[in-house]
Write a protein that binds this ligand. Structure first.
Ligand code: ADP
Length: 372
Protein backbone atom coordinates (compact mmCIF):
# COMPACT_ATOMS: atom_id res chain seq x y z
CA UNK A 1 0.00 0.00 0.00
CA UNK A 2 1.18 3.45 -0.80
CA UNK A 3 0.32 7.02 -1.63
CA UNK A 4 0.96 8.32 -5.14
CA UNK A 5 1.89 11.92 -5.89
CA UNK A 6 2.30 13.66 -9.21
CA UNK A 7 3.96 17.05 -8.82
CA UNK A 8 3.80 19.54 -11.68
CA UNK A 9 3.91 16.72 -14.24
CA UNK A 10 3.88 17.57 -17.94
CA UNK A 11 4.20 15.26 -20.89
CA UNK A 12 4.66 17.12 -24.13
CA UNK A 13 5.20 15.39 -27.49
CA UNK A 14 7.66 16.70 -30.07
CA UNK A 15 4.72 17.98 -32.16
CA UNK A 16 3.76 20.21 -29.22
CA UNK A 17 0.76 18.13 -28.04
CA UNK A 18 0.40 18.46 -24.29
CA UNK A 19 -0.85 15.05 -23.20
CA UNK A 20 -0.44 16.33 -19.63
CA UNK A 21 0.21 19.90 -18.57
CA UNK A 22 1.34 20.88 -15.07
CA UNK A 23 -0.62 18.14 -13.34
CA UNK A 24 -0.66 17.99 -9.55
CA UNK A 25 -2.44 14.94 -8.22
CA UNK A 26 -2.24 13.23 -4.85
CA UNK A 27 -3.76 9.80 -4.23
CA UNK A 28 -3.95 8.82 -0.58
CA UNK A 29 -2.91 5.43 0.73
CA UNK A 30 -5.79 3.01 0.10
CA UNK A 31 -7.80 5.52 -1.91
CA UNK A 32 -9.72 4.74 -5.10
CA UNK A 33 -9.21 7.76 -7.33
CA UNK A 34 -11.06 7.78 -10.63
CA UNK A 35 -9.60 9.84 -13.46
CA UNK A 36 -12.20 10.87 -16.00
CA UNK A 37 -12.55 13.23 -18.94
CA UNK A 38 -13.29 13.13 -22.65
CA UNK A 39 -11.29 11.08 -25.10
CA UNK A 40 -7.81 12.53 -25.59
CA UNK A 41 -7.83 14.45 -22.29
CA UNK A 42 -4.77 12.60 -20.97
CA UNK A 43 -6.34 9.93 -18.74
CA UNK A 44 -4.26 7.00 -19.99
CA UNK A 45 -1.15 9.15 -19.89
CA UNK A 46 -1.66 9.69 -16.15
CA UNK A 47 -1.63 5.92 -15.65
CA UNK A 48 1.30 5.36 -17.97
CA UNK A 49 3.32 8.01 -16.17
CA UNK A 50 2.59 6.40 -12.78
CA UNK A 51 3.41 2.96 -14.19
CA UNK A 52 6.66 4.21 -15.71
CA UNK A 53 5.58 3.31 -19.25
CA UNK A 54 5.74 6.95 -20.38
CA UNK A 55 8.48 9.38 -19.37
CA UNK A 56 7.55 12.83 -18.08
CA UNK A 57 8.81 15.99 -19.78
CA UNK A 58 9.00 17.72 -16.41
CA UNK A 59 7.78 17.23 -12.88
CA UNK A 60 8.08 14.28 -10.56
CA UNK A 61 6.26 11.11 -9.51
CA UNK A 62 6.44 9.69 -6.00
CA UNK A 63 5.09 6.37 -4.74
CA UNK A 64 4.95 5.99 -0.98
CA UNK A 65 7.16 9.03 -0.58
CA UNK A 66 9.87 7.56 -2.81
CA UNK A 67 10.74 9.36 -6.03
CA UNK A 68 10.16 6.98 -8.96
CA UNK A 69 10.19 9.52 -11.80
CA UNK A 70 13.08 7.79 -13.55
CA UNK A 71 12.51 4.27 -12.27
CA UNK A 72 11.53 1.58 -14.83
CA UNK A 73 8.09 -0.07 -14.42
CA UNK A 74 9.39 -3.19 -12.69
CA UNK A 75 10.95 -1.09 -9.93
CA UNK A 76 7.63 0.51 -9.02
CA UNK A 77 5.53 -2.44 -7.81
CA UNK A 78 2.38 -1.34 -9.61
CA UNK A 79 -0.09 -3.56 -11.50
CA UNK A 80 -1.86 -2.22 -14.56
CA UNK A 81 -4.98 -3.63 -16.24
CA UNK A 82 -5.32 -2.44 -19.81
CA UNK A 83 -8.38 -1.99 -22.01
CA UNK A 84 -7.55 -4.95 -24.20
CA UNK A 85 -7.31 -7.31 -21.19
CA UNK A 86 -3.80 -8.39 -22.25
CA UNK A 87 -4.15 -12.03 -21.21
CA UNK A 88 -1.56 -14.56 -22.30
CA UNK A 89 -3.45 -16.57 -24.95
CA UNK A 90 -1.58 -19.83 -24.32
CA UNK A 91 -2.24 -19.86 -20.57
CA UNK A 92 -5.48 -20.88 -18.88
CA UNK A 93 -7.36 -18.42 -16.69
CA UNK A 94 -5.66 -19.95 -13.65
CA UNK A 95 -2.28 -19.71 -15.40
CA UNK A 96 -2.87 -16.06 -16.25
CA UNK A 97 -4.04 -15.22 -12.75
CA UNK A 98 -1.12 -16.95 -11.09
CA UNK A 99 1.49 -15.66 -13.51
CA UNK A 100 2.56 -12.62 -11.50
CA UNK A 101 2.89 -14.67 -8.33
CA UNK A 102 4.99 -17.35 -10.06
CA UNK A 103 7.45 -14.89 -11.53
CA UNK A 104 7.81 -13.41 -8.05
CA UNK A 105 8.80 -16.84 -6.75
CA UNK A 106 5.67 -17.54 -4.70
CA UNK A 107 5.47 -21.31 -3.96
CA UNK A 108 3.08 -23.39 -6.09
CA UNK A 109 0.60 -24.24 -3.29
CA UNK A 110 0.35 -20.64 -2.26
CA UNK A 111 -0.25 -19.60 -5.91
CA UNK A 112 -3.06 -22.17 -6.14
CA UNK A 113 -4.65 -20.94 -2.93
CA UNK A 114 -4.52 -17.28 -3.90
CA UNK A 115 -5.81 -17.92 -7.42
CA UNK A 116 -8.82 -19.88 -6.17
CA UNK A 117 -9.59 -17.28 -3.52
CA UNK A 118 -9.48 -14.56 -6.16
CA UNK A 119 -11.54 -16.65 -8.61
CA UNK A 120 -14.23 -16.96 -5.93
CA UNK A 121 -14.35 -13.18 -5.50
CA UNK A 122 -14.53 -12.61 -9.26
CA UNK A 123 -16.97 -15.47 -9.99
CA UNK A 124 -14.45 -17.24 -12.22
CA UNK A 125 -14.25 -20.68 -10.56
CA UNK A 126 -15.88 -22.45 -13.52
CA UNK A 127 -13.52 -20.79 -15.98
CA UNK A 128 -10.17 -21.48 -14.31
CA UNK A 129 -9.10 -24.22 -16.75
CA UNK A 130 -10.20 -22.43 -19.90
CA UNK A 131 -8.11 -20.50 -22.39
CA UNK A 132 -8.84 -16.77 -22.88
CA UNK A 133 -10.18 -17.18 -26.44
CA UNK A 134 -12.99 -19.47 -25.18
CA UNK A 135 -14.26 -16.89 -22.68
CA UNK A 136 -16.99 -14.28 -22.98
CA UNK A 137 -15.86 -10.65 -22.97
CA UNK A 138 -17.03 -10.31 -19.37
CA UNK A 139 -15.09 -13.33 -18.17
CA UNK A 140 -12.00 -12.22 -20.06
CA UNK A 141 -12.21 -8.87 -18.31
CA UNK A 142 -12.56 -10.54 -14.91
CA UNK A 143 -9.59 -12.81 -15.63
CA UNK A 144 -7.52 -9.73 -16.47
CA UNK A 145 -8.57 -8.12 -13.21
CA UNK A 146 -7.79 -11.35 -11.42
CA UNK A 147 -4.32 -11.40 -12.88
CA UNK A 148 -3.67 -7.95 -11.45
CA UNK A 149 -5.26 -8.63 -8.09
CA UNK A 150 -3.83 -12.05 -7.14
CA UNK A 151 -0.48 -10.40 -6.62
CA UNK A 152 -1.23 -7.47 -4.38
CA UNK A 153 0.93 -4.59 -5.59
CA UNK A 154 1.45 -1.20 -3.96
CA UNK A 155 -0.78 0.46 -6.56
CA UNK A 156 -3.41 -0.75 -9.02
CA UNK A 157 -3.74 1.12 -12.29
CA UNK A 158 -6.93 0.29 -14.18
CA UNK A 159 -7.37 1.66 -17.70
CA UNK A 160 -11.04 1.45 -18.71
CA UNK A 161 -11.27 -2.11 -17.36
CA UNK A 162 -15.05 -2.22 -17.81
CA UNK A 163 -15.28 -0.96 -21.38
CA UNK A 164 -16.89 -3.49 -23.78
CA UNK A 165 -18.97 -5.06 -21.01
CA UNK A 166 -22.73 -4.87 -21.46
CA UNK A 167 -24.57 -2.43 -19.19
CA UNK A 168 -25.80 -4.98 -16.65
CA UNK A 169 -22.43 -6.67 -16.33
CA UNK A 170 -20.64 -3.35 -16.10
CA UNK A 171 -22.74 -2.32 -13.10
CA UNK A 172 -22.12 -5.68 -11.43
CA UNK A 173 -18.37 -5.81 -12.06
CA UNK A 174 -17.91 -2.21 -10.99
CA UNK A 175 -19.55 -2.91 -7.63
CA UNK A 176 -17.35 -5.99 -7.25
CA UNK A 177 -14.29 -4.02 -8.18
CA UNK A 178 -14.98 -1.40 -5.51
CA UNK A 179 -15.56 -4.17 -2.97
CA UNK A 180 -12.33 -5.85 -3.98
CA UNK A 181 -10.39 -2.59 -3.80
CA UNK A 182 -11.80 -1.75 -0.38
CA UNK A 183 -11.15 -5.30 0.85
CA UNK A 184 -7.53 -5.22 -0.25
CA UNK A 185 -7.10 -1.56 0.65
CA UNK A 186 -4.77 -1.06 -2.30
CA UNK A 187 -4.28 2.47 -3.60
CA UNK A 188 -5.99 2.49 -7.00
CA UNK A 189 -6.18 4.81 -9.97
CA UNK A 190 -9.08 3.88 -12.23
CA UNK A 191 -9.50 5.55 -15.62
CA UNK A 192 -12.84 5.85 -17.37
CA UNK A 193 -14.42 8.22 -19.90
CA UNK A 194 -17.80 7.34 -18.35
CA UNK A 195 -18.66 9.98 -15.77
CA UNK A 196 -21.42 7.86 -14.20
CA UNK A 197 -18.89 5.08 -13.58
CA UNK A 198 -16.52 7.66 -12.10
CA UNK A 199 -19.15 9.04 -9.73
CA UNK A 200 -20.31 5.56 -8.74
CA UNK A 201 -16.83 4.21 -7.97
CA UNK A 202 -14.51 6.97 -6.86
CA UNK A 203 -13.66 8.02 -3.33
CA UNK A 204 -12.61 11.09 -5.27
CA UNK A 205 -12.76 11.88 -8.97
CA UNK A 206 -10.27 13.88 -11.03
CA UNK A 207 -11.69 15.54 -14.14
CA UNK A 208 -9.20 16.15 -16.95
CA UNK A 209 -9.50 18.39 -19.98
CA UNK A 210 -6.79 18.82 -22.60
CA UNK A 211 -4.15 17.37 -20.28
CA UNK A 212 -5.05 19.65 -17.36
CA UNK A 213 -6.75 18.78 -14.11
CA UNK A 214 -9.94 20.79 -13.79
CA UNK A 215 -11.03 19.56 -10.37
CA UNK A 216 -10.35 16.73 -7.94
CA UNK A 217 -13.19 16.19 -5.49
CA UNK A 218 -15.62 13.71 -4.01
CA UNK A 219 -18.51 12.79 -6.33
CA UNK A 220 -20.93 14.91 -4.26
CA UNK A 221 -18.64 17.95 -4.37
CA UNK A 222 -18.18 17.62 -8.14
CA UNK A 223 -21.94 17.62 -8.62
CA UNK A 224 -22.76 20.35 -6.10
CA UNK A 225 -19.74 22.61 -6.48
CA UNK A 226 -18.17 22.23 -9.93
CA UNK A 227 -15.38 24.76 -10.42
CA UNK A 228 -16.37 25.59 -13.97
CA UNK A 229 -18.85 24.97 -16.76
CA UNK A 230 -16.78 22.14 -18.21
CA UNK A 231 -16.97 20.06 -15.02
CA UNK A 232 -20.65 20.95 -14.51
CA UNK A 233 -21.44 19.80 -18.03
CA UNK A 234 -19.25 16.69 -17.97
CA UNK A 235 -20.55 15.11 -14.75
CA UNK A 236 -24.07 14.27 -13.68
CA UNK A 237 -27.21 12.91 -15.24
CA UNK A 238 -29.44 14.36 -16.57
CA UNK A 239 -26.79 16.70 -17.84
CA UNK A 240 -26.68 20.36 -16.94
CA UNK A 241 -28.10 22.76 -19.54
CA UNK A 242 -27.30 26.44 -19.77
CA UNK A 243 -29.15 29.62 -20.60
CA UNK A 244 -27.71 33.15 -20.65
CA UNK A 245 -29.30 35.73 -18.42
CA UNK A 246 -28.72 39.28 -17.27
CA UNK A 247 -28.63 39.86 -13.51
CA UNK A 248 -30.73 42.79 -12.37
CA UNK A 249 -31.67 44.21 -9.01
CA UNK A 250 -34.64 46.55 -9.00
CA UNK A 251 -36.19 48.07 -5.89
CA UNK A 252 -34.94 45.24 -3.73
CA UNK A 253 -36.13 42.49 -6.08
CA UNK A 254 -33.57 40.39 -7.91
CA UNK A 255 -34.04 38.96 -11.35
CA UNK A 256 -32.43 36.79 -13.96
CA UNK A 257 -33.57 38.24 -17.26
CA UNK A 258 -33.71 35.50 -19.90
CA UNK A 259 -34.51 37.07 -23.28
CA UNK A 260 -38.01 38.51 -22.99
CA UNK A 261 -38.73 36.58 -19.78
CA UNK A 262 -37.76 37.17 -16.18
CA UNK A 263 -37.11 34.83 -13.26
CA UNK A 264 -37.21 36.26 -9.77
CA UNK A 265 -34.57 35.10 -7.31
CA UNK A 266 -36.44 34.73 -4.04
CA UNK A 267 -34.69 36.20 -1.01
CA UNK A 268 -32.51 38.57 -3.03
CA UNK A 269 -29.19 38.07 -4.73
CA UNK A 270 -26.72 35.71 -3.10
CA UNK A 271 -23.48 37.54 -2.22
CA UNK A 272 -21.28 36.35 -5.09
CA UNK A 273 -23.95 37.34 -7.65
CA UNK A 274 -24.17 40.93 -6.42
CA UNK A 275 -20.95 41.81 -8.22
CA UNK A 276 -22.61 40.73 -11.46
CA UNK A 277 -25.62 43.05 -11.39
CA UNK A 278 -26.04 44.54 -14.85
CA UNK A 279 -23.88 41.82 -16.40
CA UNK A 280 -24.62 38.58 -18.18
CA UNK A 281 -24.16 35.17 -16.57
CA UNK A 282 -24.67 31.56 -17.59
CA UNK A 283 -27.39 29.86 -15.59
CA UNK A 284 -26.85 26.08 -15.30
CA UNK A 285 -29.94 24.01 -14.63
CA UNK A 286 -30.42 20.27 -14.35
CA UNK A 287 -33.74 18.71 -15.34
CA UNK A 288 -35.00 18.20 -11.77
CA UNK A 289 -35.08 21.98 -11.32
CA UNK A 290 -37.56 22.44 -14.17
CA UNK A 291 -41.04 20.93 -13.77
CA UNK A 292 -44.35 21.27 -15.53
CA UNK A 293 -45.87 24.45 -14.05
CA UNK A 294 -49.31 22.80 -14.33
CA UNK A 295 -48.27 20.36 -11.60
CA UNK A 296 -46.94 23.23 -9.42
CA UNK A 297 -49.89 25.60 -9.01
CA UNK A 298 -48.17 27.13 -5.96
CA UNK A 299 -45.18 28.24 -8.08
CA UNK A 300 -45.46 32.06 -8.52
CA UNK A 301 -45.68 33.35 -12.07
CA UNK A 302 -42.37 35.18 -11.69
CA UNK A 303 -40.56 31.87 -11.25
CA UNK A 304 -41.66 30.31 -14.53
CA UNK A 305 -40.24 30.07 -18.03
CA UNK A 306 -42.18 29.44 -21.22
CA UNK A 307 -40.77 27.42 -24.08
CA UNK A 308 -41.41 24.84 -26.78
CA UNK A 309 -40.84 21.10 -26.53
CA UNK A 310 -38.04 19.84 -28.78
CA UNK A 311 -37.76 16.20 -27.71
CA UNK A 312 -38.95 13.67 -25.16
CA UNK A 313 -36.81 10.92 -23.68
CA UNK A 314 -38.82 8.26 -21.88
CA UNK A 315 -36.59 6.93 -19.09
CA UNK A 316 -39.14 4.65 -17.44
CA UNK A 317 -39.10 6.32 -14.04
CA UNK A 318 -39.46 9.79 -15.59
CA UNK A 319 -39.55 11.66 -18.88
CA UNK A 320 -36.75 14.05 -19.71
CA UNK A 321 -38.19 16.75 -21.93
CA UNK A 322 -36.07 19.08 -24.05
CA UNK A 323 -37.54 22.59 -24.04
CA UNK A 324 -36.33 25.50 -26.17
CA UNK A 325 -36.38 28.66 -24.06
CA UNK A 326 -35.31 31.96 -25.65
CA UNK A 327 -32.90 30.22 -28.00
CA UNK A 328 -31.36 27.76 -25.49
CA UNK A 329 -32.33 24.14 -25.00
CA UNK A 330 -33.04 23.21 -21.39
CA UNK A 331 -34.18 19.88 -19.96
CA UNK A 332 -37.23 19.43 -17.76
CA UNK A 333 -38.34 16.49 -15.65
CA UNK A 334 -41.84 15.18 -16.17
CA UNK A 335 -43.59 12.17 -14.62
CA UNK A 336 -43.36 8.92 -16.65
CA UNK A 337 -45.10 9.17 -20.04
CA UNK A 338 -46.31 12.70 -19.23
CA UNK A 339 -43.83 14.53 -21.48
CA UNK A 340 -45.72 16.56 -24.12
CA UNK A 341 -45.07 15.93 -27.81
CA UNK A 342 -42.47 17.87 -29.80
CA UNK A 343 -43.63 21.39 -30.75
CA UNK A 344 -45.98 21.75 -27.78
CA UNK A 345 -45.81 25.05 -25.86
CA UNK A 346 -45.06 24.49 -22.17
CA UNK A 347 -44.63 26.51 -19.02
CA UNK A 348 -42.00 25.38 -16.53
CA UNK A 349 -41.70 26.02 -12.80
CA UNK A 350 -38.04 26.88 -12.17
CA UNK A 351 -36.30 26.15 -8.87
CA UNK A 352 -33.66 28.88 -9.13
CA UNK A 353 -32.36 28.09 -5.63
CA UNK A 354 -30.78 24.93 -7.10
CA UNK A 355 -29.18 26.66 -10.09
CA UNK A 356 -25.43 26.95 -10.62
CA UNK A 357 -24.16 30.18 -12.12
CA UNK A 358 -21.07 30.66 -14.26
CA UNK A 359 -19.16 33.49 -15.87
CA UNK A 360 -20.01 33.41 -19.61
CA UNK A 361 -16.47 34.44 -20.60
CA UNK A 362 -14.14 32.57 -18.22
CA UNK A 363 -16.76 29.84 -17.54
CA UNK A 364 -15.63 29.78 -13.89
CA UNK A 365 -18.30 29.14 -11.27
CA UNK A 366 -19.76 32.27 -9.66
CA UNK A 367 -22.38 30.76 -7.39
CA UNK A 368 -23.64 27.27 -6.51
CA UNK A 369 -27.20 26.92 -5.41
CA UNK A 370 -28.52 24.29 -3.04
CA UNK A 371 -26.99 20.89 -3.80
CA UNK A 372 -28.91 17.73 -4.63
P1 ADP B 1 -7.18 9.64 -23.05
O1 ADP B 1 -6.70 8.44 -22.29
O2 ADP B 1 -7.86 10.64 -22.17
O3 ADP B 1 -8.02 9.30 -24.24
P2 ADP B 1 -4.40 9.91 -23.80
O4 ADP B 1 -3.68 10.01 -22.50
O5 ADP B 1 -4.40 8.59 -24.50
O6 ADP B 1 -5.90 10.43 -23.60
O7 ADP B 1 -3.80 11.00 -24.82
C1 ADP B 1 -3.62 12.36 -24.45
C2 ADP B 1 -3.25 13.18 -25.65
O8 ADP B 1 -1.94 12.84 -26.12
C3 ADP B 1 -4.18 13.01 -26.83
O9 ADP B 1 -4.48 14.29 -27.34
C4 ADP B 1 -3.37 12.20 -27.82
O10 ADP B 1 -3.76 12.49 -29.13
C5 ADP B 1 -1.97 12.69 -27.52
N1 ADP B 1 -0.92 11.74 -27.95
C6 ADP B 1 -0.76 10.46 -27.58
N2 ADP B 1 0.33 9.92 -28.16
C7 ADP B 1 0.89 10.89 -28.92
C8 ADP B 1 2.06 10.99 -29.77
N3 ADP B 1 2.88 9.95 -29.94
N4 ADP B 1 2.31 12.17 -30.38
C9 ADP B 1 1.49 13.26 -30.21
N5 ADP B 1 0.40 13.22 -29.43
C10 ADP B 1 0.09 12.07 -28.80
Amino acid sequence: MASVTLTDVSRVFPDGTRALWRVDLGIADGELLVVTGPSGSGKSTVLRVVAGLDPVSSGSVHIDGQEVTNLPPRGRDVAMVLQDAGLYPHLTVAGNMGFGLKVHGVPRDEVGRRVSAEARVLGLQAQLRRLPRTLSAGHRRRAALGRATTRVPRVFLLDEPLVNLDAAERTRVRAELVQLQKGLGVTTVHVTHDQSEALAMGDRVAVLRDGQVQQVATPAALLDRPVNRFVAEFVGFPDMRFVEAAVTDEAGLSWLVVGSQRLRIPGGLPGPLRRHVGRRVLVGLRAHLLRDAGSRPDCPVDRRLRGTVTRVERMGHADIVGVRVEGSELSALYPPYAGPAGGAPVELAVDTAGAQIFDPVTEAAIWHGRGV
